[in-house]
Ligand binder design. Structure first.
Ligand code: NAD
Length: 332
């Protein structure tokens, strides 16, 4: 079977790691017709915008996309392509599995947790204004609709993937109304799932408990901002951002991308670790129902890591991005 999918190389290390993922997916024997679209800083010279409408149209048409990271200027400049993309396509669930990988030295063994992050609202509403000079207001939006929807997604994911426990992460001791509403929605959904253990933890304590022992956690359910921060923290448990995959999922489409950003410090030097986006590609295969191919890709990644002969610099090796892709492809 052949699939049409949108391919967004993105900025910085994006084009390098996306090319590596395309190489591995083609070696996995699933035929993709890629529609390549520019987004991010890379799109501005030609299209005058970081998120041209044609990117959204392409994803709507194809239903799935593989995306490299896109750059967002700090403090000024264009709004985040990621935030816009997730909102405009209503990709409400950000799914980030965090699993210990064979052969990778990290501080913890046996980490196997799933971060489920709400992707469309919270402080990412982009509603900011100057009240008077020297005073700025940023508005945090939490709705019953989005909170219930993400909670349902997390519980359903847990139920269908053999997970046992869901921890809702919050700061409702301070943000009593907004995080309080989020918790009310999580509790209501939890009542429909007596087969799963449900508990709640304040976000600062969660960070400390995670660092003490991440193996105690199973599925973490978070609002947008806490989810963003906690997923980078969790990536550190398994060897860093070069290894952490992710997916943005909605009712009408899904965009697969690594947790990491455009890494301008190593861009264009064939130094980036492509494994995070290759594992995101495996999630894309799962999404399409190509579970055998997805498992083969993961096995091939594990094989290369276990051997430890070809590793990128973030894992203490000297291999380039393309070399890692070839080593993984050779195992397929
Ligand atoms: P970053 O993830 O780009 O980099 C953080 C550190 O991790 C850097 O030292 C980088 O070299 C390293 N790193 C990241 N990915 C790596 C990989 N695959 N292999 C080896 N090392 C890797 O985060 P940042 O520096 O905070 O952000 C840079 C830019 O990326 C910003 O413009 C930010 O807005 C954007 N960003 C985009 C996304 C996305 O598109 N989904 C996500 C996060 C950040």
């Amino acid at each position: 079977m052949s699939y049409r999918a949108t391919l967004i190389p993105g900025d910085g290390i994006g084009p390098e790691v996306v090319a590596a993922a395309v190489r591995v997916l083609s070696a996995a024997g699933v035929d993709f017709q890629w529609e390549t679209e520019a987004a991010g800083a890379a799109a501005i010279p030609e299209h005058g915008t970081a998120l041209p409408d044609r990117v959204l149209e392409s994803i709507r048409r194809n239903g799935v996309a593989l995306k490299g990271p896109t750059e967002t200027p700090v403090g000024t400049g264009h709004r985040s392509v990621n935030v816009e993309l997730r909102k405009r396509l209503d990709l409400y669930a950000n799914l980030r599995p965090v699993q210990t990988l064979p052969g990778v030295k990290s501080r913890y063994d046996g980490v196997d947790l799933i971060v489920v992050r709400e992707n469309t609202e919270d402080l990412y509403s982009g509603l900011e204004h100057v009240v008077v000079p020297g005073v700025v207001e940023s508005i945090k939006i939490i709705t019953e609709k989005a909170s219930t929807r993400i909670a349902r997604y997390a519980f359903e994911y847990a139920r269908t993937h053999g997970r046992k426990r869901i921890t809702a992460v919050h700061k409702a001791n301070i943000m009593k109304l907004s995080d309080g509403l989020f918790l009310d929605c999580c509790r209501a959904v939890a009542k429909d799932h007596p087969e799963l253990t449900y508990d709640e933890m304040i976000v600062d304590n969660t960070c400390m408990q995670l660092v003490l022992d991440p193996t105690r956690f199973d599925v973490l359910l978070l609002e947008n901002l806490y989810g963003d921060i906690v997923s980078d923290l969790c990536a550190g448990f398994i060897g860093g951002l070069g290894l952490a995959p992710g997916a943005n999922i909605g009712e009408h489409g899904a965009v697969f991308e690594a947790v990491h950003g455009s890494a301008p410090d190593i861009a264009g030097r064939n130094l980036a670790n492509p494994i995070a986006i290759i594992l995101s590609g495996a999630m894309l295969l799962d999404h399409l129902g190509e579970h055998a191919a997805a498992d083969h890709v993961r096995d091939a990644v594990h094989g290369v890591l276990r051997e430890g002969k070809k590793l990128t610099h973030d894992l203490g090796g000297k291999a380039g991005t393309s070399e890692i892709a070839e080593a993984i492809a050779a195992k397929l």
